[in-house]
Design a protein. Structure first.
Length: 733
């Protein structure tokens, strides 16, 4: 039980005693949104199913409890093993409760996010010629062999399939039965099935991973080393003997958020969107590492549960707002600690690392100029959501210094021209549209920050530079042929998703060209999401990047295409919330190939940069965004699409900001409860013929305002100025 949950229960009990509520009174049902929360209810998590192999008695006892499970391995036979399936990704230290031993058992432990990666077949060749009748053959490698597996010599109609009896890693030989019926020559292909236990993580980047060996010598709990994100754990008794277990599971050591920990939440009439919200939240929770975990000096929001397990600035742009809008001060604390590490690594020239703690050595990686600017934006996000003026003031000079660093890459045409790389890890040259737009956003963000805590003259300067940059983007990087922005001046005929998505999101696109960009982006869509760009693929074979798809859904929301935004959201993330999908982890995936699969074992299936649905469902569908620092001023502007209703809340510096709306044909109702010392703008779908009331008073009728400074915009929304407390709005017609 989390501390927050315990506190909530204690408070409820105390209130019951004080108020004299009868002990037999029926407790209220939990709010319906809580059914979607994925965090484990207990710090010790048991598997939801167990698959045995070899000599295993009563394997289901590891799920149901009450009895014991015994694994027995005999020399030359298939090693006994149990595959533990936790149903979704978990993180922590796997454990076994041993109640009986025979011999000197040695157990191997491997973990994986996907079932396909938990065993790896051998792939080698015959080292020297072997005659007909041979039952032992020398191989180029004995890696991935396991007794009891099938080994195949050759391919096609000439293939000979045998059962492995044993193998000698020192001699490089394998012994099998029955003997060969035909000779095999050196170089003949050799494969095995199903393969030997393998892990989909490694110590190269994360600093831990691979195969662990457990050697119990007495009854009691045996605990393995920490492992990041994994859904499956394979326990194999590799030596002769037996071991009896009363239970097996994992000590959960990521951030374990129960419903009581959610200070912000979301629910709507779409169960799939609800699942996406909480899957995105769980993704980031799996990526949150607490102070002291494996010697970690401070809380961190890492990029992935199993890999890289580093703080990445690009990922923080998604993870930071998500953590703060769901977990409130706790999420903000993790983000601040991560930003402190980032800013402590700033170079003398102003550059910030893309990752301040990269790889097993945990040293700064100055990944790209673009990622350097992302670090500044992540810091501004922290201030916007929390209103922590003391922290932002103490770091303002560092942020200004980084902006000076990025400014040097603006050429005489006013565009960013830098041989640089970005999230899909391909170096781009020339005047690059995305880099230019990213710098534009950085200038606007810094201008906003300067108006809050810095220099008004600098704010004016940055806004002027942003205006000039926007003009240059439109005059030099727009392609009439594409009906969209080109990738760069070096690749004028190539259209990319991210640049055009950002152009929509941040108002770069002139109004008369918005529909053209929206249509051009749609040419990149597949049933599994939008592709990176025309004919583009990253160095690892991926063509669909959920991070980029999140940029596009944000761009479509911002440019009025709610239907398109929700369609793409369902295409990209709908497959990830499907519990029948072999890759389901309860979390969101890092990359996809064109057919919707993830082919590399090292690809992360719980990656923070893919969690954008959580933020966008809060800020675009529910409609709540911070305007002033710490939500001192705010905006509520729902994008209902075809949804019937939505409700939820966000935590703010002054208290909870709650929203509840419903839509039916031309009628719309909305209720906002805002904390003291705040004010905001409510924007609701309306027309000049609508009748709109605020707290029972008509404020808009027949195209005329009669209160709340009601103003109808060209986007089809009527805006009302309101203060703290309750605001009930109705729209008819």
């Amino acid at each position: 039980m989390s501390a927050a949950a315990a506190s909530a229960i204690a408070t409820a009990v105390a209130f019951s005693v004080i108020s004299g509520t009868p002990a037999s009174a029926k407790p209220e049902a939990a709010p319906s949104w809580q059914q979607y929360v994925l965090g484990p209810s207990s710090p010790q998590v048991a598997p939801v199913s167990v698959t045995p192999r070899g000599n295993v008695t009563n394997p289901n006892a590891l799920v149901k409890g009450g009895k014991t499970t015994t694994l027995t391995t005999v020399a030359g036979d298939t090693p006994a093993s149990v595959l533990l399936d936790f149903g979704k990704d978990v993180a922590g230290t796997p454990y076994l409760d041993v109640t009986g031993l025979q011999g000197s058992p040695s157990l191997s432990l491997v973990t994986s996010e996907s079932l396909a990666a938990i065993r790896t077949p051998a792939s080698t060749t015959v080292k020297t010629d072997a005659a007909q009748g041979a039952s032992t053959v020398a191989l180029a490698s004995t890696a991935r062999l396991e007794a009891g597996n099938t080994i195949t010599f050759g391919t096609g109609s000439a293939a000979q399939k045998r059962t492995i009896d044993s193998f000698d890693t020192s001699a490089g030989t394998v012994t099998f039965r029955p003997a060969l019926t035909a000779a095999v020559t050196a170089g003949t292909a050799v494969s095995s099935n199903p393969g030997a236990p393998s892990a989909d993580d490694s110590g190269g980047l994360s600093g831990f991973g691979g195969t662990a060996t457990l050697t119990p010598t007495k009854n009691g709990r045996v605990t393995g080393p920490f492992r990041g994100g994994f859904r499956f754990a394979l326990i194999t008794l590799t030596s002769p003997g037996s071991v009896t277990l009363s239970s097996a599971g994992v000590n959960f050591q990521a951030f374990r958020a129960t419903p009581a920990d959610y200070q912000g939440w979301f629910e709507s009439s779409s169960a799939d969107l609800n699942k996406m919200y909480y899957s995105g939240a769980y993704t980031v929770q799996l990526d949150m590492a607490h102070d002291g975990l494996n010697g970690l000096p401070g809380d961190r929001i890492l990029d992935g549960a199993k890999r890289d397990r580093s703080v990445w600035t690009g990922d923080l742009l998604v993870e930071g707002p998500e953590a703060m809008s769901t977990l409130g001060p706790t999420g903000a604390s993790y983000l601040r600690s991560s930003l402190d590490l980032l800013l402590a690594s700033q170079r003398a020239d102003g550059a910030l690392p893309g990752a301040p703690d990269f790889g097993a050595r945990k040293t700064p990686l100055f990944y790209s100029n673009n990622y350097s600017g992302f670090g500044v934006r992540a810091a501004i996000d922290y201030y916007r959501y929390t209103g922590d003026s003391a922290w932002i003031r103490s770091n303002l000079a560092a942020l200004e210094h980084e902006l000076e660093y990025n400014a040097q890459f603006v050429n005489d045409n006013g565009l960013v021209a830098s041989n640089d790389r970005d999230y899909w890890q391909t170096s781009q040259q020339g005047e690059v549209t995305k880099y230019s737009i990213d710098y534009y956003v950085l200038l606007r963000e810094m201008a906003w920050l300067e108006t809050q805590v810095g220099s008004p003259s600098l704010a004016t300067k940055y806004n002027g530079q942003a205006d000039a940059l926007k003009s240059a983007i439109n005059s030099r990087l727009w392609s009439p042929t594409l009906g969209a922005y080109s990738q760069s001046s070096s690749k004028p005929t190539v259209m990319v998703e991210d640049a055009n998505a950002l152009a929509l999101q941040y108002g770069i696109v002139p109004a008369d060209k918005v529909a053209s960009v929206q249509a051009a982006l749609k040419t990149l869509w597949t049933s599994h999401g939008a592709q990176i760009g025309t004919g583009l693929v990253d160095p690892y074979g991926h063509t669909i990047e959920p991070y980029g798809n999140g940029l596009e859904t944000a761009g479509r929301f911002a440019s009025g295409d709610t239907t398109g935004a929700l369609d793409l959201m369902n295409r990209t993330w709908g497959q990830m919330i499907d519990t029948e999908n072999p890759l389901y982890t309860g979390a969101f995936w890092e990359f996809l190939t064109a057919d919707g699969t993830v082919t590399r074992a090292s690809d992360s299936l719980a990656h923070g940069w893919s969690a954008s649905p959580t933020v966008q469902l809060t800020e675009q569908v529910l409609g709540v965004t911070p305007v002033g620092p710490g939500y001192s001023t705010w905006s509520v502007k729902p994008h209902p699409g075809d949804l019937a209703w939505s409700k939820g809340q966000v935590p703010t510096k002054q208290g909870t900001l709650a929203v509840d709306w419903s839509a039916e044909k031309k009628n719309f109702t909305l209720h906002v409860t805002a904390p003291k010392k705040t004010s905001g703008t409510i924007s609701i779908p309306a027309t000049s013929s609508s009748t709109v009331t605020l707290n029972g008073k008509t404020v808009w009728k027949k195209g005329m305002s009669s209160g709340a400074n009601a103003t109808l915009g060209s986007d089809g929304y009527l805006s009302l100025n309101v203060g703290a407390g309750s605001s009930d709005v109705t729209v008819k017609g």
